[in-house]
Structure formats: C-alpha cells, structure tokens
Design a binder for this molecule. Sequence first.
Ligand code: CA
Length: 217
Amino acid sequence: MRILVVEDETELATRLVAKLAQHEMNCEWVSSAEDAKLLDAGAFNALVIDLGLPRASGLDLIRHVRARGAATPILVLTARSSWQEKVEALNAGADDYLVKPAHVEELVARMRALARRAAGQVQPQLVAGPLTLDPSLKHLTVNGEEVSLTANEFRLLSLFMYKPKQTFSLNEILEHLYPLDQDRDRNAVEVLIGRLRRKIGRELIVNVRGLGYRLMD
Ligand code: CA
C-alpha cells in the first residue's frame, strides 16, 4: 500500500514512516497541508492526516481533497481528542480517527480495513479470480494452493488487488514499491512482474500496451 502521511512533527513522522515500512506500507511524508495539496491524493491507498498543521489545517486539507473528488480513504491522526473535533473531521470527509499516541498496529489495521472497503471487498482477504490474499498475514493462495511471496512480490500483488480495475504504469508501480530516496529501476519492476507471473499464473497480470499492467478481469 502507498500511504501519504501529512504530519508536521518531524520526529514522529520519521518514526511512523519507518514503522509502517515494516508492514509493507510505502509512505510519502509531507509536513504541511500546502505540500500535500500539490500531490494527487488518488495515487495513494490511504491518507494519514494530522489536524494541527502550520498555516492551513488538516481539516482544510481534508475538505480540499474531497472537493477535488478524490475518494481515497482518510484517517485522521491527531492529539486533539474532543468528540466535537472528531465529528468535525468526519463531517469534513475523513473516514476514521485515531488519537495520539496510537499503536502502529492499530493504525495499520484501520488503514487496511479502509483500503479494502474502498476496493469493494467485504472479507478481510482480498479476492480476485483464483487469488486470495490476506494482507495482515501476507498469505496468498492460488486456486486454494498456498504460494509464498517475497516482500516485493507481496507489495506488487497488493497494489493490483487493492485496485483491481486500474492499470498501473511502470512509474506508478515504482512509486508504490520503493521509497522516494531509493534507486528506482524500471527494469527491476519488469523482472519482478515476471517473477510474480510465474508464481501466480502468467495470464493473471495483463500487459496493457503502452499503458502498463493490471490484474485480469
Ligand atoms: Ca501537529
């Protein structure tokens, strides 16, 4: 999953991004609502937004994202804990709310729940054709047979399974798989796609000429 974290406390944000990476969540971090507004919210599986930001507030950012029509799940993570503020954030377009300090496991579980609901999935597992992926256990079955995946193969397959109808360009796949400061190599992505295809069945990942890759219907 690719997550946008909007948080002005550097130390907290750095810790959060590192912890989320351990759960195969690739985060981009910005420290202001203004910077967040420059990004395409639709390119993320979920947004984690602090309410108390310098200048424009988190509430202002939530309203901005929704006004532009982005349906990306938004989880508010904030030190403010009054019920009025929770109501205000939810009414502005947030989907969930966690008060700091929050356990990262709870944050991860809530984001997975929001992302799979956004993907139209009822079960905690993601299902597409013969594939059943359990994101919390990193467990995959193909036609009921267990198949083990490397961390990168898991990240790639989850990208497709959270948005099963979407075609992803090589650049979008790179952004989802690797943090910004890492070397991003398009060939490595093609090799990874080849490896995943051999494990799950070649026909399940479709090459859309000139556009990228998507999951088979
Ligand atoms: Ca803050």
